[in-house]
Design a protein around this ligand. Structure first.
Ligand code: PRT
Ligand code: ZN
Length: 291
């Protein structure tokens, strides 16, 4: 029996938008497993953790009820289900927004103008909370899917749905009116698992690895050689985690300089560094950063 064996159980989406990045993140954490997309459990060979492949809708409740100790799921679902779970960290993927949209030709241009109108959604709890916070009254039409069709079918005057690229809105002749919620994938924990000594220790070890991967995301390690006389100029150009590492070289009056840079800035930096005396510049990916 796998349940209750003292190992950590982490629920991830079986097959969907969050699956590949969740599996990739756990692999980057050094966990050795074969992901059983069609099975329930994927045991990890080198750490006391098992992956549980579930529908995303079930993850908040299963973590709340202790079926899984941890879960990776969109914040949008955690909110909608009002799950009593502990948020451990945002994971930086699965970005989307829950947005109220209206037909492009609609006269409704502000939230206030939606008063007493019909809003179709699969997120009734979050929408109700949002309307209450904004002291707005509207009729919530709860649907189970294909919400974007509701205005054309005259089932609703507006919709409240998840948007990422906005293509679905455009294709259906809709325009955004206001954002209800911004969301991304989050790591959640069952509060009791987090409170227990053995599981807490495993969760903390997992968290160190995840934070290391998150910190390293989008970063590159840059190494270069330069004349010692140019150090001050180069240091001014370079950002760094703390300060750049400077090592003397066998070649007289030459140094090696190492630093961490963002992947979006290293091309620009490289040109500036070269102009200021750096040469033999090498840029390599970073697996993890433990601070
Ligand atoms: O089978 P299962 O129930 O597990 O999966 P699912 O089909 O219910 O969920 P899935 O895989 O579609 O989404 C999982 C999570 O990804 C969501 O809970 C969100 O946290 C996040 N996410 C990110 C999205 C989107 N982007 C997104 N675009 N979830 C849904 N969408 C939908 C959106 O509603 C729209 O209808 O995709 C459609 C296309 O969006 P546009 O704006 O790119 O056109
Ligand atoms: Zn789902």
């Amino acid at each position: 029996m796998i349940a209750g064996n003292g190992r950590l159980k982490i629920a991830i989406q079986k097959s969907g938008r969050l699956t590949d990045e969740s599996v990739e993140l756990l692999r980057k954490c050094g966990f050795d497993f074969e992901f059983q997309r069609h099975g329930l459990y994927s045991p990890c060979r080198n750490f006391d953790i098992d992956l549980l492949a579930l529908r995303d809708d079930d993850i908040p409740e299963y973590v709340q009820d202790g079926v899984a100790d941890l879960g990776i799921v969109g914040e949008n679902l955690v909110r909608e289900r009002n799950a009593k779970v502990k948020h451990l960290t945002r994971l930086g993927y699965g970005h989307c927004k829950l947005i109220i949209s209206v037909p492009a030709k609609s006269k409704v241009t502000t939230l206030e103008k939606l008063k007493d109108k019909r809003i179709a959604t699969t997120y009734p709890v979050t929408l109700k909370h949002f309307l209450r916070t904004n002291k707005m009254k509207a009729d919530i039409v709860e649907l189970s899917g294909a919400v974007e069709l509701a205005p054309a079918l005259d089932v609703a005057d507006a919709i409240c749905d998840i948007v990422s690229t906005g293509t679905t809105l455009r294709v259906n002749g809709l325009k955004p009116l206001t954002t209800v919620l911004e969301s991304q994938a989050v790591l959640i924990s069952n509060p009791t698992s987090y409170g227990g000594e053995k599981k807490r220790e495993l969760i903390e070890r997992l968290m160190i690895r995840i934070s290391g991967c998150l910190q390293a995301r989008g970063k590159r390690y840059m190494m270069m050689n330069a004349p010692a006389a140019s150090i001050e100029r180069l240091k001014k150009i370079l950002p760094s985690l703390k300060s750049p590492t400077i090592v003397p070289l066998a070649e007289k009056d030459m140094i090696a300089l190492h630093t961490v840079v963002g992947e979006d800035e290293f091309w620009d930096l490289m040109e500036k560094l070269k102009k200021n005396g750096a040469r033999d510049i090498v840029v390599v990916p970073i697996e993890t950063i433990i601070t």
